[in-house]
Design a protein around this ligand. Structure first.
Ligand code: AMP
Length: 319
C-alpha cells in the first residue's frame, strides 16, 4: 500500500521550480498517460514552474503525448517524479538520478522501494488512476487534456475495464474524467485499433502457438516474422493479448526475439499468478501481467515449462 500521502507529495511539488517526470522503458498507454496527465495538470496549477516529460521517443503512443527536450542542466536542483515504474533499471532515461529529490508513484508490487517519497498502491489497476486520485483529492486542474491522457492509461492497463483489478472506484474515476468532455470512443479505438501488418502479426502468432493441456500456451515472434511484416519490436505489443481471447487458455507467454537473439518475454494470465516466474528471469510485474528476459531458446523452453507447472497447480486447486 501507499507509503506517503498525496498531501506530502503536493507539499514537495510546491518546493521545486523544475519538475521532471519519468516513466518506464518500452512504454504503454499507462506509462505515457500517467506521466502526461500529471505534467499537464501541474503546468496549469503552477505556470511559473518548468515541468518536463523525459524518456525515449514514443512513436506509436505520440497520440497521447510527446516527450520534451530535457538538458543535463535541467536536473540541477530539480524534483524528479516517476510514474508506473517499479524499479530503477526500468526508468526511461537514467538521468533521473541527477535530480535533487525523487518521488515514485506506482501501482506495481513495491519490490524496489526507491525514492525519497513514494505513493505505491499495488491494488490500483493503473498508475493513471492513482494520478487521477491525486489530482482530484488535491483539487489540481483537471481539464480535457489532462483527463484524456489519464483515461488512455486506465483503458490501456485495465484492458478496457476487463481485468480483475478494475474496481467500482475505477469507474468512479473514469466517470469524473469522462465529464471533462473527452472522446472516450476515440481513445478506446486508438488503443484497440491495429494496422493491417499488426493484424497479420496476430495471425502469425496464432499459427505458431503451442497450447498445453493445462491451459498454458506460448508463441514466439521471430525477427524473421517482424522483418517480413515490417514491424518493429514496439508494435509487437498488439500480439501479446491475443492468446487470451481463446477460451481454454489460462496463462501464456509471448516471446519476442530481439536482434541479438535474446528474447523479451511477456507473461499474461487469467488466474495463475505469474509475477514470481518473471522475477526469476530478470523481470517482474503484476500478478497477472509481467515481463522478463530470456537469453536464448533454451531459457524460452524452460520458462514455458515453468508456466505449465504453475498452470497445472492452479487447475488442480480450482477444480
Ligand atoms: P509487458 O509484458 O512488457 O507489457 O509488461 C507487463 C507488466 O510487467 C508491466 O506492468 C511492466 O511494467 C512489467 N514489467 C515488464 N518487464 C519488466 C521487467 N523486466 N522488470 C519488472 N517489471 C516488468
Amino acid at each position: 500500500m501507499s507509503t506517503n500521502t498525496f498531501d506530502e507529495i503536493l507539499t514537495k511539488i510546491k518546493q521545486y521550480d523544475t519538475i521532471i517526470l519519468h516513466r518506464h522503458t518500452s512504454p504503454d498507454p499507462d506509462a505515457i498517460g500517467s506521466q502526461a496527465g500529471l505534467a499537464r495538470s501541474l503546468r496549469l496549477a503552477f505556470p511559473a514552474k518548468r515541468i518536463l516529460c523525459a524518456g525515449s521517443a514514443v512513436n506509436n503512443l505520440a497520440w497521447i503525448n510527446e516527450m520534451d527536450e530535457v538538458q543535463d542542466a535541467d536536473y540541477q536542483g530539480a524534483l524528479v517524479i516517476t510514474t508506473d515504474t517499479a524499479n530503477t533499471p526500468r526508468i526511461s532515461d537514467q538521468r533521473f538520478k541527477d535530480g535533487a529529490y525523487l518521488i515514485k508513484i506506482d501501482h506495481h508490487p513495491n519490490r524496489d522501494p526507491y525514492g525519497d517519497l513514494s505513493y505505491v498502491d499495488d491494488q490500483a489497476p493503473a498508475a493513471s488512476q492513482i494520478v487521477a486520485d491525486l489530482i482530484i483529492s488535491e483539487k489540481l486542474p483537471l481539464t480535457k487534456e489532462v483527463a484524456a491522457a489519464l483515461y488512455a492509461g486506465i483503458v490501456g492497463d485495465t484492458g478496457r475495464f476487463m481485468y480483475p483489478d478494475t474496481s467500482a472506484h475505477t469507474f468512479e474515476v473514469a466517470a469524473i474524467l469522462t465529464k471533462t468532455g473527452i472522446d472516450i470512443s476515440a481513445i478506446a479505438r486508438h488503443i484497440a485499433d491495429v494496422s493491417f501488418a499488426q493484424a497479420k502479426l496476430q495471425a502469425a502468432c496464432m499459427q505458431v502457438m503451442e497450447v498445453d493441456a493445462s491451459g498454458a500456451a506460448m508463441a514466439i515472434i521471430s525477427q524473421q516474422t517482424m522483418k517480413e511484416l515490417q514491424i518493429d519490436i514496439e508494435q509487437t505489443a498488439v500480439a501479446v493479448g491475443t492468446p487470451g481471447h481463446i477460451k481454454d487458455i489460462l496463462a501464456w507467454d509471448v516471446f519476442v526475439e530481439k536482434p541479438d537473439g535474446s528474447y523479451r518475454v511477456h507473461y499474461r494470465s487469467k488466474g495463475p499468478v505469474i509475477n514470481q516466474l518473471a522475477e526469476a528471469h530478470d523481470g517482474g510485474g503484476h500478478a497477472l501481467a509481467s515481463g522478463a528476459n530470456a537469453k536464448d531458446l533454451a531459457e524460452v523452453h524452460q520458462i514455458f515449462q515453468e508456466l505449465i507447472a504453475v498452470t497445472k497447480k492452479y487447475e488442480a486447486a480450482n477444480v
